[in-house]
Structures are given as C-alpha cells and as structure tokens.
Design a binder for this molecule. Sequence first.
Ligand code: COD
Length: 302
Amino acid sequence: MGFSALKSEVKHGPKRSLTVAWGLDPGVLLACRQALDEGFLHEVIVTGPSEEIEAMASGASLSLEGFVLADAETPEAGSALAVSLIRQGKSDLLMKGNVSTSTILRAVLHKEHGIRSQALLSHIAVVELGNGRLVLLTDAAMNVKPDLTQKSQILDNAIQFAWSIGISMPKAAVLASVETVNPQMQDTLDAACLTVMGQRGQFSKPALVDGPLAFDNAYSKEAALHKGIKSEVAGEADIFMVQELTAGNLLYKSLSYVGGLSIAGIIYGASCPIVLTSRADSPESKLNAIVLACKGLSQGRE
Ligand code: COD
C-alpha cells in the first residue's frame, strides 16, 4: 500500500479538526487547504498573528474558507494555545507551523498544560519506496540519544503505528553500522537486546525484530545473502530503526533529497498524532503527513 491507497482509506473515515501552531507558513496553509478540499478535514484552526496570516493567504491567493484564526503574539504562545485547544477537546490533530521543532515539542511535553500520555513520544517518518511500499523510519526528529529503555519504547511506538496503518506483523530492522555484535559498539549490543525482546513478545503488538543490521542488508536481500546473513527481516524490513537522531535525520534527508522519495512525518505517543513537516518538504509530503495523522487517530479511537 502507498500514500494514494492510504488517502482513499482515510477519505472514507470521519473528517477531523486540525490546529496549526503558529501558522505563518504558506506551505502549511496550502496543505491544510488541500486537506479541507479533499475531505480529510472539516476545520483548520490556525494560531498566530491573524492579520499577518490573512495578508499572507491573500498574497498567495489562498482561500481561508474553513479556517478559524486564533490570535497569538509569539511562536511560544501560539504553540501553547494550539496544545490547549487539543487538550480541551476542541480540535483533534496538531500540526507544526512556522515554529522550531523544539518549541512545539516543549509545549506538547509541558508537565501541566501539555498533551503527553504515559508513552515516550517519538518521531515516525513514513517513506514510500520506489515499488510503492510504505516503510517506517524512526526516530529522525525527537529523541536525541535514547538509552536502551527509550529505544525499546521508540520501537514499540513504530510497531503500534505500523499495525495502525495496515502493516500486519511488521518486520523491524534495528540499524547499526555493522551486522555483527561488537561489545565495543553499544548500538550493536542494544540492537541484539531489542531483537531478544521481540522474540520474547515484549512489545505491545507482535513484530519480527532483527538487529544489528547495517542499512544495506536491512534494505536489500541480495546484500544480506552476499554477506551470508540469515534473517527474515533482511531485505523485507517495514520499520528501519536508527539508534540516534543524527543518523535518522541524515537518512531521512538522503531518502528525500538524493532518493527523491515521498516522505511524511508525525510525532506519535501524545494524546493525538502531531503533524511535523519542515519548510523544505513538498506540498504533497505535507498533505501525506496530515493524512497519516488522520489514519493514526482513527486507529487510536475507533
Ligand atoms: N517523550 C515523553 N516525555 C519526554 C520526551 C519524550 N520523547 N522527551 C522529554 N520528555 C520529558 C522529560 O521526561 C521531562 O519530564 C520533560 O519532558 C523535559 O525533558 P527535557 O529536559 O529533556 O526536555 P527539553 O525541553 O530540554 O527537550 C525536549 C525536546 C523534545 C525539545 C528535545 O529533546 C529536543 O530538542 N529534541 C530534538 C528536537 C529537534 O530539534 N528536532 C529537529 C530535528 S529535525
């Protein structure tokens, strides 16, 4: 299944309300416009300086029909207001506007006013491969240097999300720079632990976990066979889990810029999925991320 099949599924589900935190970004507003027009959303609330947002929309010939503007003076205040609307149940989904990732995440994580749940929050990118298959990459944008406990939660989030978008019994590759356990390389030890946790059924949903695998043998069956690796995950991974943010971010951007693949990202584990796009993402990628969040929400609630 690719993004277009996912879109058709979501179109048949309930229409959602989405709130953009600090919506001073024509690309984000355009993606929201498309999501309204295509019937994924029924309302878009935009926090930020209303007059500037109206002027920006008019300059881009973008109709704000279906939008509700909620005044806020700073990106921090806009993020806090957006999070509070979700917290009060006035909107279903949150989206990052023209704020830094850490600003919106701090509002989300706020001890008293945030929307975190019991779970660790993590970033999940969904990538459409050249053959039209959707695979997950995690964590490319939130947890900087997770320890083993956090890695197990990041993997658990990805396994849950894979099931929620229709990938049953996901195969998860825990990536390292080599495919053998090297006691001097902590990532390979952690990958081996996560593999055993998978074998013992320690994740909240079933999955086939294998690691350490280097990216080449996780991605390509031929590469794995060439190295004599016997693995049910090698060459068939649905989830590519990196072990720190920099590796994830480099992989994300390489797949997008060098590989030209469609990628959409969300934060998973809060009281609702959070759409996280960067300014450089294409309009299509931003719309895909909204669709993903709608799908994640449906699975969580129904
Ligand atoms: N899930 C749940 N709770 C969390 C998480 C998480 N992933 N991270 C932190 N918390 C909780 C902590 O337990 C603590 O109670 C509180 O939040 C504050 O924790 P700190 O002190 O670690 O938080 P901050 O505010 O210093 O940093 C949290 C960020 C998410 C902002 C930080 O980790 C960050 O900047 N991440 C990278 C974001 C980024 O720049 N991405 C861009 C790459 S594209």
